[in-house]
Design a protein around this ligand. Sequence first.
Ligand SMILES: NC(=O)c1ccc[n+]([C@@H]2O[C@H](COP(=O)([O-])OP(=O)(O)OC[C@H]3O[C@@H](n4cnc5c(N)ncnc54)[C@H](O)[C@@H]3O)[C@@H](O)[C@H]2O)c1
Length: 435
Amino acid sequence: MRIGVVGTGYVGLVTGTCFADSGNAVTCLDINADKVARLRRGEIPIYEPGLEELVERNTRSGRLRFTTDTAEAIRAAEVVFLAVGTPPAADGSADLTALWKVIDTIAPYLDTAAVVVTKSTVPVGTCAGIERRLQERLGRDCRVASNPEFLKEGAAIEDFQKPDRVVVGVRSADVGDILRTLYAPFLRTENPFLVMSPESSEMTKYVANALLATKISFINEVANLCERMEADIDDVRRGIGHDSRIGFAFLFPGAGYGGSCFPKDVQALAAMARDKGVVPRILTAVHDTNVAQKQVLGGKIVAHFGGDLKGRRVAIWGLAFKPRTDDVRDAPAIDLIEQLLAAGSSVSVYDPEAMDNVRAMYGDRLTYASGSLEALDAADCLAIVTEWGDFRRPDFDTMAARMKAKVIFDGRNLYAPQEMRARGFAYHSIGKAAV
Ligand SMILES: NC(=O)c1ccc[n+]([C@@H]2O[C@H](COP(=O)([O-])OP(=O)(O)OC[C@H]3O[C@@H](n4cnc5c(N)ncnc54)[C@H](O)[C@@H]3O)[C@@H](O)[C@H]2O)c1
């Protein structure tokens, strides 16, 4: 099939590349000319394992192209995927400015048989809104569908090519069939292709993210309580996780959830609820709990130093909102950096992939270390915010030698407290007694 993808960010680039890899002719459109130029040179603007090789292979074969020219991407396309950002507006609702702009720009070039598909996470009713808007612009009906994306950054290719399920929201069976054909190569293991209305499909995406976020905020609240009850959250987690009704997924306590999706999607669903007169009590609590959780690690550091961090240096390991990505949007590390700078600390940071993104935000206000050990030089303590594999089994003796004091604040519970005590570290983690 001939496919146009509008918005070549994390989702658009992965979507376009994977559809090209399964044999389709894909043109990715973006307004960011610099991004398009880099992609044309074979430079991948984001870090995502496996993506570079796939982009290279499909660009070389001629199946994957990048452009800033709307006509080139849309005119011949049988299916047009919309993958532009839908960031939060001031009231928490999704800001659809980019999406409506795209609809107006692509409308004149749409083939009469083209199917427009929202891959961006959009509020319930957006598909219906696009149908109306295209009807107004073009004076004819257009086929519009919803196809939310469930990929995880850091495992995006794997998730896209082997999805747990594909959800599509359509008004007619023939549009469902087009999308089923497109996804068939990725569903050979019999994972389900679920067809529903656009409204249910749009809702599904928000509910999935809101439930995952709820699990995280729940375990974080319980972890904070464990600390004060002399209980150990890891024991409690094991105690509940073996219950087949509960399980283990998304029940790890930590420094709060971040990224470009959970925080905004929880707030957007809450905004939709308020708009319809439903009081979003749980969603509000999930969000508020997360905002507070992002202050917990920093709070422990400030308390440890008696409330004054002037003249102190804190090393931070992990800046990306999770491992295997360079994405720092809404990352807990950013909240921690803000908290530490406000308290007067100097901060040295290290992340295997996200350094450039943080440097672009903070310039010379931080020290950027060339490696995890270098970050520790003259540090009064270490804070671990992202659980990159590199941080799981470090050389503790070398660490101790480089740090001014052997103090670790671990926002991801990577180490065994007893072992850390035996090694002479003061070790603070989440949901268990400090040692
Ligand atoms: N990132 C994820 O893990 C993820 C997962 C599932 C769903 N989503 C959803 O997918 C959508 C996109 O997310 P993302 O992380 O890929 O965003 P992103 O910010 O990485 O990418 C958006 C891209 O759209 C481009 N763009 C903006 N306006 C445009 C226009 N008028 N014409 C052409 N291009 C334009 C931007 O330049 C950018 O390259 C969001 O709705 C998000 O909620 C994201």
